[in-house]
Design a protein around this ligand. Structure first.
Ligand SMILES: Cc1cc2nc3c(=O)[nH]c(=O)nc-3n(C[C@H](O)[C@H](O)[C@H](O)COP(=O)(O)OP(=O)(O)OC[C@H]3O[C@@H](n4cnc5c(N)ncnc54)[C@H](O)[C@@H]3O)c2cc1C
Length: 401
């Protein structure tokens, strides 16, 4: 039976996970609202460049994908969640295509790259604006329906009520309480705030501040691996306009390698993210790194090994950004250093994305378990699509019981 609340499903956050949940809840017949801190467009998801993993290669399978995830996580991921994510990856890609995402194709199939920690070519791309393409398609789809939009609603508290949950927001007009049968928390991670505290650079959007995780904790939710933050191995280190930019991992998938001051390859450039970042930190610590013109530590990413054809198809945005800043990555190597990027852990969820609080669901970067303590590239957008869809459907189902 529906509660008397205005919404069956209230989604908090408008990145890929929140939008996927909102679209899926609406398609399940629920009365949906999506509340978000600033505009619907503002999120980390839209900044994602590299791509999204799904086992489409002839030599690949969801089981091999799952093995790669478990190994990259150092066996810390939740195998049940991993199985859901990898087995639902191909259908999630087809769902995104139905909504209008056009993945880059070559030779009659998807253009698949091999990303760090993967044993197969599995990374689908939309040029190097994959996150932008996915969020736009999801947003267009949600906006074509009848769901409500609550921009400039920053969640401040969550409390249970007779009919479900009351979400308290700060808005431009002051505090507002919204009643809902179920909630989907999709407010992302905290790496922007964490980097500010540490005095470091981050790839993240300024809205990635993590207070919704704390709100859920205050309401009694459980978390896991919250201390496990991920460095992106390849932050831009120079020129200054590229500092904090995440150089797509697909540069390395298409042949770029990491070099020290002597021009030696000091690590497997396609190793798991934590291993590659640590190798760079160690190389610099040993005095084998280089200094940027403004004195920052760095190593070289030799992007001159990427063919112009691969660069044009899969790295056009990155090329434009660097060339605009006066550096051509196809003619000279670029400075790079790890940069704070991703919150690996988060709220504990089950296979339907429900947290340990009944009627409160979580998906995307705010949730923990799918990546354990070390995420592979391309599995975050995938997690958003798979568990966002699941969360929306399950929340709608619970609200309509
Ligand atoms: C530069 C960059 C490149 C990346 N590249 C890739 C890639 O190639 N492949 C991949 O798989 N992953 C990539 N990632 C990671 C991936 O994009 C993100 O982890 C993922 O998109 C997170 O999605 P999300 O929906 O959980 O959160 P977000 O997209 O961060 O969205 C969170 C939403 O919650 C809102 N919000 C925050 N706090 C509140 C609040 N208090 N109240 C209301 N709303 C709130 C925010 O405004 C935002 O709308 C990249 C990340 C970055 C930053």
């Amino acid at each position: 039976m529906r509660s008397g609340a205005p919404f069956d499903v209230l989604v908090v956050g408008s990145g890929a996970a929140g939008l996927a949940a909102a679209v899926s809840a609406e398609r399940s017949g629920a009365r949906v609202g999506i509340a978000t801190k600033t505009t619907l467009q503002a999120c980390n998801s839209a900044k994602a460049q590299g791509g999204i993993q799904a086992a489409f290669g002839e030599d690949d399978s969801p089981e091999i994908h799952a093995e790669d995830v478990m190994r990259s996580s150092h066996e810390t991921a939740n195998p049940g969640l991993v199985e859901v994510m990898t087995s639902e990856a191909p259908p999630a890609i087809h769902w995104l295509e139905e909504l209008g995402v056009e993945f880059t194709r070559s030779n009659g199939g998807y253009r698949l790259a091999r990303c760090g920690g993967a044993t197969r070519h599995r990374l689908l791309q939309v040029g190097d604006r994959t996150g932008h393409a996915i969020t736009k398609a999801l947003r267009d789809s949600y906006e074509a329906g009848v769901g409500a939009e609550l921009p400039h609603h920053a969640l401040r508290a969550l409390a249970s009520s007779d009919g479900g949950w009351i979400a308290s927001f700060e808005t431009k007009e002051g505090p507002v309480d919204v009643e809902t049968a179920t909630v989907v928390l999709a407010a992302g991670g905290r790496c922007f705030a964490e980097a500010e505290t540490r005095g470091e650079l981050s790839t993240n959007h300024p809205n990635a501040t993590g207070e919704v995780t704390r709100i859920a904790l205050d309401a009694g939710a459980e978390t896991r691996d919250l201390d496990a933050l991920q460095y992106h191995p390849n932050g831009g280190a120079w020129p200054s306009t590229m500092q904090g930019y995440s150089i797509p991992e697909t540069t390395r998938a298409y042949g770029a390698v990491l070099l020290n001051a002597d021009g030696d390859e000091f690590t497997d450039s396609l190793g798991p993210r934590d291993a590659v970042s640590q190798a760079i930190f160690d190389e610099v610590e040993k005095g084998e790194g280089v200094l940027t013109p403004d004195g920052r530590p760095a190593v070289w990413l030799d992007t001159t090994r990427i063919t112009p054809e691969d660069a044009e198809i899969s790295l056009p945005y990155m090329l434009r950004r660097y060339r605009g800043a006066g550096i051509d990555p196809l003619s000279e190597p670029i400075y790079t250093y790890p940069v704070l990027h991703y919150q690996n852990g988060g709220l504990v969820i089950d296979e339907h994305a429900e947290t340990t609080l009944e009627g409160v669901f979580a998906c995307g970067e705010i949730a923990g378990g799918t990546h354990g303590r070390n995420r592979m590239m391309g599995n975050s957008l995938l997690e958003c699509a798979v568990f966002g869809r699941r969360a929306g459907k399950a929340a709608a189902g619970k609200a309509q019981l």
